[in-house]
Design a protein around this ligand. Structure first.
Ligand code: BGC
Length: 731
């Protein structure tokens, strides 16, 4: 694109971090403030003591033996982590008996379901199916609301390009468009189910340096706005009523006290009128960060940056009132924070609706409908990475199957981390589900090969013997649930401990081997990708994960998930992501090109990739020659199921802005649609991209959509090559 800066089309202007809002900023969604609600809050605020106000800004952590007097005395405004409906009712009753009778907001980490567990969020992202994810979140919301929860500390919308970071399991993967669609779907679903969401962790947590949890992040302001912030904005626009700040420091300022992020972008620019909560005791951590000298300094810096509620810490309790009395924290700021909390309580109906009857809760949990959705979501999340000689689905000629790997019979490892009230007794793991599906027609032998930690080879001989006697081996390997959660950063991403040796031993029998991977992150399973016959990446598929795996392996359902994160060949390639910038020396055979001398530069499997039991062909791509600012780019393509089985395809549209004021990524996902096609069926698929979405941020925070030539790629993964160009005309 050749143009002077004058020709740059500013569709949206944003704030550089901590800069004042420019006058030309177009209006985001208006505050939905209801004067009646605000008047109600005014009346309450007028009656509140300073201690009661501070109380509204404190969230207690629930543990067995929790003292309900905290709720009755009004020193906490919310609580996190209870699951038992009777305990919850007791706490709420005490809060209603407090001097002003202000009800308490009750939260939990409903990350992928409450009692019925759906696939972990990375698996939900792999469905590329926002409608399904919305329905799953609605069930999670219904179950939570039934026990008396109002609020989930989810969704986590932290983008990450680093699978060493264990928390990728809780998030949407590496792409901002996919992440934004998933964020909005979850927020809407939770709300429909009856609970509010908390977008977390604001912001940049997924870029933790070296993939080490809680580590600092360095993100250029334009990258922050192009990649890391859009999913938060999408969640705010979908109706999230709270946002949780992140543990990390962003470019040297801890997110908990980051005025530019909280006050500037979130509250001023996006006009978010819910409240911002810290992460667990992270106000106190300002001292560890070297950002605050002591408790009062920590409390003051956090609240002055715009943070409203402290989770599970004592900084506000010990210091906030004194800071206000000394005039170091304006009373108006304190009142504004309390107003935000009370506004959310009113909006969530806490003052007006009766609390749920704890005795009625049980009947609303783990219902057949919730189980059916969990099974469908698990099926939709599984990514078929390899299927040599169509070894899957399991053929009717297979009479004996050897199931190997202790994860095969472990309910907890199917359910995944952050289990809320998930129960192991509810879950049927893969082994049981395969047995149930196979009936008496197929003999299933189980030989785990090693104990869950797989540190020794003591069971290898038995597993090899079972493989030898079988027609097919199903090896269920990967990460036990505790390797994939908060605080589980890893430097090695292969199968843990002796698992690969076990896989090699059974593969050496020459029997066809199907590897089912349970994991919370992309793993570098390079040996397996070369040597086994089929790989089904199942993430942690939730309570109904076992039956869903059986559905897919036996072909009762076809896999249709696509990778939400690039899978590396080796840890040394990280960070590895599809939407990278071009380099002046793209990788070629030339020594002086951007590559490695000891490893391929390409991923093991790319973002957006996943096979089906059928094949799809793309034809007749239509892209308009020219679009104008304000238009919606309408792209259409014929997609045909060219195989013999029915299947679903995720039709993906990527854009490249060929020449820009700043170099633009080689590809950026801008639209996708999942469609089901019968064998032989062709469908014309239309994908729309608002031209306003084709821009990017400059270093000063301004958003520009630049006229010039763009290239569209359409296909079934980020390596799609079918392409066409169009021009964006100057205004
Ligand atoms: C996590 C949050 C979580 C909170 C409450 C923290 O350690 O970072 O994601 O919501 O605990 O359990």
């Amino acid at each position: 694109m050749r143009r002077g800066l004058a020709a740059v089309l500013s569709l949206l202007t944003g704030l550089a971090l901590a800069a004042p809002a420019p006058a030309s900023e177009p209006a985001p969604r208006p505050f939905a403030r209801d004067p009646g609600v605000e008047a109600r809050i005014d009346a309450l605020l007028a009656r509140m003591t300073l201690a009661e106000k501070v109380g509204q800004l404190r969230q207690g952590g629930y543990a067995v033996g929790f003292d309900v007097e905290q709720a009755r005395s009004g020193i906490i405004g919310s609580i996190t982590n209870p699951v038992d409906p009777y305990e919850i009712a007791k706490i709420q009753k005490a809060a209603r008996e407090s001097r002003l009778g202000i009800p308490i907001l009750i939260a939990n980490n409903v990350i992928h379901g409450f009692r019925t567990l759906f696939p972990v969020p990375l698996g939900l992202a792999a469905t590329f199916d926002p409608d399904l994810v919305e329905t799953a979140s609605e069930w999670a919301g219904r179950e939570s609301a039934a026990v008396g929860l109002h609020w989930t500390l989810a969704p986590m919308v932290d983008l990450s390009r680093d699978p060493r970071w264990g928390r990728v399991v809780e998030g949407p993967g590496e792409d901002p468009h996919l992440a934004g669609r998933m964020a909005a779907a979850q927020v809407r679903g939770f709300l429909k189910g009856g609970i509010m969401a908390s977008l977390k962790h604001y912001a940049g947590y997924g870029a933790a340096e070296a993939g080490r949890d809680y580590n600092s992040t360095e993100i250029a302001p334009n990258t922050l706005r192009d990649l890391y912030l859009p999913p938060f904005r999408a969640g705010v626009e979908a109706g999230a009523l709270s946002v949780m700040s992140a543990f990390n420091a962003l470019n040297g300022t801890p997110a908990t006290a980051h005025k530019g992020l909280i006050d500037g972008i979130l509250k001023t620019e996006w006009r978010f009128d819910g409240f911002v909560i810290s992460d667990w005791d992270s106000v106190w951590e300002l001292i560890n960060h070297g950002h605050a000298a002591d408790f009062p300094d920590a409390a003051r810096k956090a609240i002055l940056a715009g943070l409203d509620v402290e989770m599970a810490g004592d900084m506000f309790k010990t210091s906030l009132a004194a800071e206000v009395e000394a005039g170091r924290v304006p009373l108006a700021r304190l009142d504004e924070a309390v107003r935000r909390v009370l506004r959310v309580k009113v909006r969530m109906g806490l003052f007006d609706r009766p609390d749920p009857d704890p005795a009625a809760a049980a009947a609303k949990l783990f219902t057949p409908e919730a189980q059916a959705t969990a099974r469908a979501a698990a099926v939709g999340s599984m990514v078929l990475l390899k299927n040599r000689w169509d070894v899957l689905p399991i053929a009717p000629t297979v009479r004996r199957i050897a199931v190997v790997g202790s994860l095969a019979d472990s309910p907890a490892d199917h359910m995944g981390s952050w289990g809320a009230d998930g129960r192991q007794d509810d879950a049927v793991p893969t082994l049981g589900a395969l047995r149930a599906r196979a009936g008496s027609a197929v003999e299933i032998t189980y030989a785990p090969g090693c104990k869950p930690d797989c540190r020794t080879d003591e069971g290898f001989a038995e597993a090899v013997e079972a493989a030898r006697r079988a027609d097919l081996v199903v090896a269920v390997l990967g990460e036990p649930w505790w390797l994939t959660a908060e605080g589980t950063s890893r430097t090695r991403l292969g199968l843990p401990n002796r698992q690969q040796a076990l896989l090699e031993a059974v593969a050496a029998t020459g029997k066809p081997v199907v590897l089912v991977v349970l994991a919370g992150r992309p793993m570098a399973i390079t040996w397996a990708a070369e040597h086994v016959d089929a790989i089904l990446y199942a993430f942690s598929p939730g309570t109904m994960g076992g039956p869903a795996i059986a559905d897919v392996l036996f072909g009762d359902a076809a896999p249709s998930g696509k990778l939400p994160m690039t899978m590396p060949r080796a840890v040394g390639q990280i960070p590895l992501y599809y939407n990278h910038l071009p380099t002046g020396r793209p990788p070629t055979g030339d020594h002086y090109s951007s590559k490695y001398i000891d490893e391929e530069v390409t991923p093991l499997y790319p973002f957006g990739f996943g096979l089906s039991y059928t094949t799809f062909a793309y034809a007749d791509l239509k892209v308009p020659a020219t679009v104008r600012p304000g238009d919606t780019l309408q792209v259409s393509v014929d997609v045909t199921n060219t195989g013999r089985r029915a299947g679903s395809e995720v039709v993906q549209l990527y854009v490249r802005d060929l020449v820009g004021t700043k170099s633009r990524p080689v590809k950026e996902l801008k639209a996708f649609r999942k469609i089901a096609l019968a064998s032989g069926e062709t469908r014309r698929v239309r994908l729309d991209v608002p031209v306003a979405d084709l821009g990017f941020h400059l270093d000063d925070g301004r958003y520009v959509v630049e006229p010039g030539r763009f290239r569209i790629f359409v296909g079934g993964s980020s390596t799609a090559t079918m392409s066409a160009d169009f021009d964006l005309a100057a205004p």
